[in-house]
Ligand binder design. Sequence first.
Ligand code: ATP
Length: 366
Amino acid sequence: MAGVAFEGVSKVYNKQVRAVDNLNLQIADGEFLVLVGPSGCGKTTALRMIAGLEEITDGQIRIGDRVVNDVAPKDRDIAMVFQNYALYPHMNVYENIAFGVKIRELKSWWWQLSHAGEAKRVRVSIDERVKEVARMLGIEGLLERRPGQLSGGQRQRVALARAIVRKPKVFLMDEPLSNLDAKLRIQTRAELVRLHRSLGVTTVYVTHDQVEAMTMGQRVAIMNDGLLQQCDEPQVVYERPANMFVASFIGSPPINFLEGTVEAGSLNCGAIKLAVKADGLQAGQKVMVGVRPESIYETTGDGFEGVVDVLEHLGHEFVAYLNVGDKQLVATLENTTSLQAGSKARFAIKADRVLLFDPESGLAIR
Ligand code: ATP
C-alpha cells in the first residue's frame, strides 16, 4: 500500500482554465480522504491526475515513494470507481469482477476477511478472490447475472468489487454513490467505511456532498475555484473552519452570517447583541459573525425577538427560518417547541459558539 502526495500540483486546461492551483496535500498510507467542493472546484481533475488520466501542468504527484507524473495509468497500481460504473453488458457479474485481475496474479496474495472483519493475507486463486470479494459486498448470489439484470445499487457493488479484486495500492472514487437512492446511499456509505477499515487501502473519494464528506472521511479536503481551502478531520473543519467559504460549505442547514462591530465586551450585530469576549479585537472593528443554526435557541430571558417565517418538521428537530429585524436566520430547534409559522418569540445565541471572520479576507479570526 502507499500514500499519495500532491506537491505544488496545478492543472491548466487550454492555457486558460486553472482547474487545480498549486495543490499541496499529503494523503497518508491507509487513509480515507474525501475531496469535497462545489461543482467545478477541481476535485475530479485532482483525482484524475492521481490516476494518470489528466496530465499535470506543474508540480508532481507521488504514489508511495515514486513520482508518477510520467507513469502510465495502468502502471500506477490504482483502481478507480466512477459514478457511471461502466460494467461490460455482455459479461456476467463474475466475469466483470474477474476481468480486472491480471493473469500473472493468478495465484497471489490476497486479503481474506475473518468473521470479526479483520483482513488477513492468504494465497488464493482468482476464482477464490472473486468469490471472497463478492461475499464481502453481499453479491455472491448474483454472479451469474448480467448487469442489465441488476438494480443500480447492485451494479455499483459489482463496480466496487471489480476495483477491490485488483488489490490496488490506492482506491480512487468519484461520486460512486450519486446514482443510488437516498436510503441505499446511506447504507452503502457505511459499507464503504467498513470495507476501508478492514482492507486499510488508501482511498481518495470525491464528492460534492458535504454530508458524505463529513461522515466518510478521516480527513476532509475542501476545495473552491481550484484552491485547497482546508484539510482536516471532519470535526475540526466544522468547529474551526479556516474561512467563510468552509464555514458555509460544511454544515446543513448552513451557517448564518451577521455583520458585527466590536464593542467593549460584546459584539453589536444590530438587533442582536452578543456577549463575546473581544480579546485581541479592537473597539469599532468590523467582523463577520458566523452562527451555526444549532447555536440559536428559544429563551424566556434576554435575547432578541424573532418571527417564525417557515418551520420545517424533521421529526427529531425543527428547522426554523426566523425574521429578526431585516435579517433572516435559520435555527434548528428541539422538537418540543410549540412555535408555529407566524409565532413571535425570543431567541438567544450561544455566544461561546460563534465564529468570527475578517469581512475583507473571509479568514477566520479565531
Ligand atoms: P463536478 O463536481 O461538476 O464534476 P469538479 O469539482 O469535479 O466538478 P472538475 O471537473 O475538476 O470540477 O473541473 C474543474 C474546472 O476545470 C471546471 O471549471 C471545468 O469546467 C474545467 N475543466 C474540466 N475538464 C476540462 C477539460 N477537459 N477542458 C477544459 N476545461 C475543463
